[in-house]
Ligand binder design. Structure first.
Ligand code: ZN
Length: 148
């Protein structure tokens, strides 16, 4: 699948809830094929499908699919980590986010799941979750306060 890059209107749209789960297996398969070319997370809007679904493939963790996810709580502690985005090739900068998040979601079999994500997974989950609301990571770019 082709990855949409910055400037495409779909990336800034609020994605719709998944209702028809019959489209999921094929979509997820194609998204993982795309992610396998390089990357640790991919949201459906990035491949032009405006649905609330994202996948993760973090080193040391299994491949995960999050459908209709909701972040229900976040840790008070935040940390700064370098982030990149497949929709912004070549752009990396540190972003401050909560260290951990509680996320509720549906899996590929439409079963409700919940987990506490921490470390790199929490980072990717928050980045991809933002994509579902049309929020792009450049929003967090720190321009500094060097303006005189
Ligand atoms: Zn991204």
């Amino acid at each position: 699948m082709e990855i949409l890059t910055f400037g495409n209107e779909i990336l800034t749209r609020k994605a719709k809830e998944v209702i028809d789960f019959t489209v999921i297996p094929k979509l997820v398969l194609h998204m993982f094929e795309t992610l396998d070319k390089g990357g640790i997370g991919l949201a459906a809007p990035q491949v032009g499908v405006s649905l609330r679904l994202f996948i993760t493939d973090v080193v040391g963790d299994k491949k995960r699919v999050f459908i209709n996810p909701k972040i229900t709580s976040t840790s008070a502690m935040t940390c700064s980590m370098e982030e990149g985005c497949l929709s912004f090739p070549g752009i990396y900068f540190p972003v401050e986010r909560p260290e951990g998040v509680m996320i509720e979601y549906y899996d590929e079999e439409n079963k409700k799941q919940g987990m506490w994500a921490s470390g790199m997974l929490a980072r990717v989950v928050q980045h991809e979750y933002d994509h579902l609301d049309g929020i792009l990571f450049i929003k967090y770019y720190n321009w500094g306060d060097k303006h005189e």
